[in-house]
Design a protein around this ligand. Structure first.
Ligand code: ADP
Ligand code: MG
Length: 187
């Protein structure tokens, strides 16, 4: 269980969180969803859970030592192939299998910079899955994927992920994971 307790977070004069608390419980659900309006602090919360940002007050406990992360943008090594981008965090067989499951079998040896945005995003998802972390944090990972690809990608995430937290604007995505939803912001 991850406990977010009485968090304050400022950027300059902007107060993003004011005494915010929530509990994220895994168990019968592998995925928990965070939803809220644009600018409400979803990415900031995920970054604080990952330890990439510190709250100004309060604490976050129960996060595994090492977590995986899928950022809003792919953040690949553009001069390396899709397979190299994933196999640099796992063995090549697993990397290849996950990429094939994500319908990137034809793109294994293509350099990341020639792949479409949606393909790059799926390579980033493959990299997080191949790393086999206890917990993976997903920041709007399916943005830009069409419905069919999104469905197949969700099936693949379910197959390889242990537990995860996903930020999404799409209630159907949360439902596809049977994920309980934590609402932040004024929604
Ligand atoms: P969301 O992901 O819900 O759209 P963010 O967590 O990205 O929201 O941002 C929440 C608020 O914090 C916004 O007002 C945003 O402009 C501000 N913010 C986020 N990161 C920074 C930063 N590094 N420096 C200054 N302001 C930031
Ligand atoms: Mg965001």
């Amino acid at each position: 269980m991850i406990r977010v307790e009485q968090i304050d977070k400022f950027y300059g004069d902007t107060k993003v969180f004011d005494n915010f608390s929530c509990t994220i419980t895994f168990g019968e659900h592998d995925m928990v969803a965070i939803m809220g309006p644009s600018g409400s602090g979803k990415t900031t919360l995920l970054r604080m859970i990952a330890g990439l940002e510190k709250p100004d007050r309060g604490q976050i406990t129960g996060v595994p030592d090492k977590v995986g992360m899928v950022f809003q943008e792919p953040r690949l090594f553009l001069h390396m192939s899709a397979l190299e981008n994933v196999s640099c965090v796992s063995n090549e067989k697993i990397a290849e299998q996950i990429l094939i499951d994500l319908q990137l079998g034809d793109a294994l040896d293509k350099k990341a910079d020639v792949l479409s945005g949606g393909m790059q995003q799926r390579v980033a998802i493959a990299r997080a899955l191949a790393c086999k972390r206890e917990l993976i944090l997903f920041d709007e990972p399916f943005k830009g994927l069409n419905e069919e690809l999104k469905y197949d990608t969700i099936q693949c995430v379910k197959k390889y992920m242990k537990t995860g937290i996903i930020i999404t604007h799409d209630a159907d995505e949360a439902a596809a994971f049977s994920a309980p939803v934590i609402l932040i912001g004024d929604s």
